[in-house]
Design a protein around this ligand. Sequence first.
Ligand code: SF4
Length: 264
Amino acid sequence: MGLTQMPPEVPVLIQEGALFVANHSGGKDSQAQLIALLNIIPASQLLVVHASLGRLEWPGALQLAQDQARAAGVPFIVARASKTLLEMVARRHETRPEVPSWPSASTRQCTSDLKRGPIQREVRRYAKANGFKTVVNCLGLRAQESPGRAKRQPFKKMSISNSVTTWYEWLPIHDWWVEEVFGCISSAGQRPHYAYSLGNERLSCVFCIMSSRNDLRIGAARHPELLAEYAALERRTGYTMHMSRIPIRQLTEIQEPAEALDGE
Ligand code: SF4
């Protein structure tokens, strides 16, 4: 499986010794992206980074990313935020109860504060420690996933570039279809995260603000305690977590156990 539309800048950056950072959520697209990158980038110029969402992400996601990196002989780092999504929501409710407490699909503070920020911090540290002046941040986003993602430029210079480090963003599998992603993984003799065999379409937080009902229901069936925490925080803040504005219990069709309601 190749990278059909490799930007002309990429071979030059490989030649010049840039650091290619494979962002890895533990999901199928990250996994396929890393397989594809390993075909063209020397392992010495690759780094795999996982932004950990702690117990809010699907169990095994970090492990899958780590195992894939280790098997390929590529360094692996974990970027952790100083707070969890639920802490972020609770804090926002305490300081500004009049505005929606949960991240929205358009602003997505969860992605910026819990993933992008910590990843950039850790990559900057790694690049400095290992003498890299150019970073190519690779994301497994695909055009097929949403109109917003379809509009993303597959390659661009990032505005966080400064006099010390030049950053580029590259979407190596932007034009891939989902069948190509799963095909790439099985051709490499690997298996995707087990949540896909449960029927999940995507993988990251068990309950994402943008998840499909399908994924929310699968997450709820496997993680009822986590569902109870999200539902309790929805009640406490008076706002719903999901972008549809439908309460999580209604979306998942799993009702509160009677004793929990009695105890309130
Ligand atoms: S998976 Fe969804 S809820 Fe979790 S950090 Fe990403 S956008 Fe936010």
